[in-house]
Design a binder for this molecule. Structure first.
Ligand SMILES: [Zn+2]
Ligand SMILES: [Zn+2]
Length: 464
């Protein structure tokens, strides 16, 4: 699938340290190599007055030292050459924030910047949906400021406008499910600014569910809007895989999972720009998460048949990755699912007096999968675009590492900070804090694991 290209025109910028920066080539496509060096370096290198190689999203020095790498917000370097955009009422469009989305934030949503449908899609849909435009501008303003605890006024304003517009658009029964889905996804992302550890963005997730439900029922979506439908469904599958265990089991389901399963299998493993060819695996992981949360809340309700089915699906799932890096990512996802399942099962068993509790073989397997998961993820360079999709398996596996695994624990710390350097979502740092607590507990004989630790501490961190 290719999209009509649009170009960015680089604006002349001068920095005090290098006034010749403007001699770079004048035109550069969005997806081209990121060579727009400013010679300013990241904040960490600047503070130490050392040379920074400006690798994105994390420079070499920060990577080596396991630091968060933060670049200072730059003055606008690009101008979108889309003449019709200027036809939009100027009161709505904040060109700088829109450019920032096209140039930077939208790139964090895909595994391959060369094949990113979001810039084109959003430019197409914002002409129909002011809600989407405001949601984009809110996310950009937040991302630019590292989702600071005191959100920039403009991010809050844009967030409010997006919600108001979305309500109006839905009430007018304006048929724009894709634009509405993207808006809700971005609103959820903008909520990454919220330091409330108990809110995983439930309202947004449920809104997205309702939209997916109506898309599944709408026959025109599977014919005329097939591409947009697959794109939204895939985004939902990823979102579900990252959040199903955060949802209280007493909340109404909202989706017909059988219908969903049929659709996922019918669509098959096509290449989704967010995660490639693992839609079925993500659907399984979502189901595993739902089941694990269910038996953690009520261990007496274990369903041995369902457990066996889920385990069988995960153990027999075979990846057909387009490249080795994605193969490592898929294996990490698959083992994350198995660790989740085995750990929840062991916990449920130990909660029932009649049951002898976790067996040594089960414990050994969890340890083995945890180490393998971290090793798989470390095979992927920290500068890869696959970085953004690693937090969940990294944390699940990381929480299982024993005290003798100093080296791997350090790798997990470094990797989480690298992920934060890219997507800037504070949940990464909060998760690291949670991991340190679990590790301290484990080292002094109190065993816990990621999901249990979150539930016991009343946290609902959405990673992904
Ligand atoms: Zn640096
Ligand atoms: Zn750095």
């Amino acid at each position: 699938m290719s999209f009509p290209g649009f170009r960015f025109k680089q604006v002349r910028i001068c920095s005090s340290s290098n006034a010749s920066a403007s001699t770079q080539q004048e035109h550069e496509p969005l997806a081209g190599p990121r060579r727009n060096k400013s010679k300013l370096g990241c904040r960490e290198c600047k503070a130490k007055r050392v040379k920074c190689d400006e690798a994105y999203p994390i420079c070499k020095r920060c990577q080596r030292q396991g630091l968060v790498c933060s670049s200072a917000p730059r003055s606008s370097q690009w101008q979108v050459e889309t003449p019709w955009l200027s036809l939009q009422p100027s009161t709505l469009v904040n060109r700088r924030l829109l450019q920032y989305w096209l140039e930077k934030v939208s790139q964090t949503l895909v595994i391959d910047p060369e094949n990113n449908p979001f810039p084109f899609l959003t430019l197409e849909y914002i002409t129909q949906s002011p809600a989407l435009l405001h949601a984009i501008q809110s996310v950009s303003a937040n991302h630019e400021q590292y989702y600071s605890a005191i959100a920039p006024i403009i991010a809050l304003e844009e967030h409010g406008k997006a919600i108001a517009c979305l309500r109006r658009e839905i009430n007018r029964s304006q048929h724009a499910p894709t634009a509405h889905f993207l808006t809700i996804l971005l609103l959820a992302l903008a909520q990454g600014a919220d330091s409330d550890m108990t809110d995983y963005g439930k309202q947004h997730l449920f809104g997205a569910r309702a939209l997916i439900k109506s898309m599944l029922q709408d026959t025109s979506m599977s014919t005329t809007n097939y591409h947009a439908f697959r794109l939204c469904l895939g985004m939902y599958l990823y979102w579900d895989a990252c959040s199903s265990f955060l949802v209280d089991p007493c909340e109404p389901d909202g989706l017909n999972l059988l219908n969903m399963s049929d659709t996922v299998h019918r669509i098959g493993d096509w290449h989704h720009p967010m995660y490639g060819t693992c839609s079925k695996l993500l659907f399984m992981i979502g189901n595993v998460g739902r089941y694990c949360r269910h038996i953690l809340d009520s261990p007496q309700n274990r369903d041995l048949l369902q457990e066996a089915i889920l385990e069988g699906q995960l153990t027999t799932w075979k990846a057909s990755p387009p490249n080795p890096g994605l193969g490592h990512l898929y294996e990490a996802f698959r083992k994350h699912g198995l660790i989740f399942l085995y750990r929840a099962r062991a916990h449920a068993k130990s909660s029932c007096l009649a049951d002898p509790g976790p067996s040594e073989t089960q414990e050994y397997l969890i340890q083995q999968y945890a180490e393998e998961t971290v090793r798989h993820l470390m095979q992927i360079p920290a500068t890869s675009n696959y970085l953004n999709f690693q937090a969940l398996p990294l944390v699940t596996a990381g929480s299982e590492l024993s005290g003798s695994n100093h080296f791997l624990r350090d790798q997990v710390r470094h990797r989480l900070r690298a992920i934060y350097s890219l997507n800037r979502l504070p949940t990464n740092l909060l998760a690291l804090q949670g991991l340190e607590e679990i590790w301290d507990g484990r080292d002094s004989g109190n065993q816990s694991f990621w999901l249990l630790h979150m539930l016991q501490n009343d946290r609902r961190l959405l990673l992904g």
